[in-house]
Ligand binder design. Structure first.
Ligand SMILES: C[S@@+](CC[C@H](N)C(=O)[O-])C[C@H]1O[C@@H](n2cnc3c(N)ncnc32)[C@H](O)[C@@H]1O
Length: 214
């Protein structure tokens, strides 16, 4: 058994990333990737890089991508996309909660379908604030807490199963509230259900920037 399987377990380190790389590569999700990240620029840090499915949608204005990803198998799964991209990719860390990156050194942070899986989201968002340069922004597309009480009840019921099957992913993270609580101002936000099961398809897509500390 490899080091990664010992750290995360075989299912989470090997099986789930391969399933995710396939399941997340749909045209429907691609539309959101393009819309959320098609206009980012500079030195970009991506939380939960996965198999690099956002890479084709970054524009030429991106000078480098710093990839943060706990499952090392994704380095192999992302290889083809990295080789095909003109943007250099550097693997910089394993978890959003602890970013081995200098304060104020990143122009943009991106996150897609990842904030739901981060164990200590408050710590990760605090790290995002720290590494962003003044004026830098977080661009996100995430699923999370639905507005309808009936769907929310099902999200709460299904959460234990969802976390077990999908590497700690919670169905009902109130993405907007978490960002605001962590000291971000949301400057752009679109919400709505994607096609598919309503418990896992309510999307939050937008841009947030750290509120200045007074
Ligand atoms: C549903 S996948 C999404 C992958 C990719 N962002 C995409 O859009 O295809 C969630 C990703 O979050 C990663 N992840 C889980 N916990 C994390 C953490 N604490 N910090 C950063 N990434 C994490 C997982 O390994 C996985 O690659």
């Amino acid at each position: 058994m490899g080091q990664d399987a010992r750290r995360m377990g075989l299912y989470r380190s090997q099986v789930l990333p391969r399933c995710m790389a396939r399941a997340m590569g749909t045209e429907e999700l691609a539309k959101h990737r393009e819309r959320a990240f098609g206009a980012v620029s500079g030195r970009v840090l991506e939380l939960g890089f996965g198999a690099g499915l956002n890479l084709p949608y970054y524009p030429a204005e991106v000078s480098a991508v710093l990839a943060v990803e706990p499952a090392l198998i994704n380095r192999k799964l992302a290889r083809k996309r990295i080789d095909a991209s003109p943007i250099p990719v550097e693997w910089v860390g394993l978890e959003g909660e602890s970013l081995p990156v200098e304060s104020g050194s990143v122009d943009t942070v991106t996150s897609s379908w990842t904030l739901c899986s981060i164990g200590n989201l408050a710590a990760a968002l605090s790290e995002v604030r720290r590494v962003l340069r003044p004026g830098g922004c977080l661009h996100f597309v995430e699923h999370g807490m639905a507005p309808d009480p009936g769907i929310r009840r099902w999200q709460a019921r299904l959460n234990p199963l969802q976390r077990f099957c999908f590497g700690g992913c919670s169905l009902d993270v109130p993405i907007d509230l978490c960002l605001e609580k962590a000291g971000f101002e949301i400057t752009e936000l679109e919400v709505g259900y994607m096609p598919g099961l309503k418990v896992q398809s309510f999307l939050y897509e937008g841009v947030a920037r750290p509120r200045p500390v007074i």
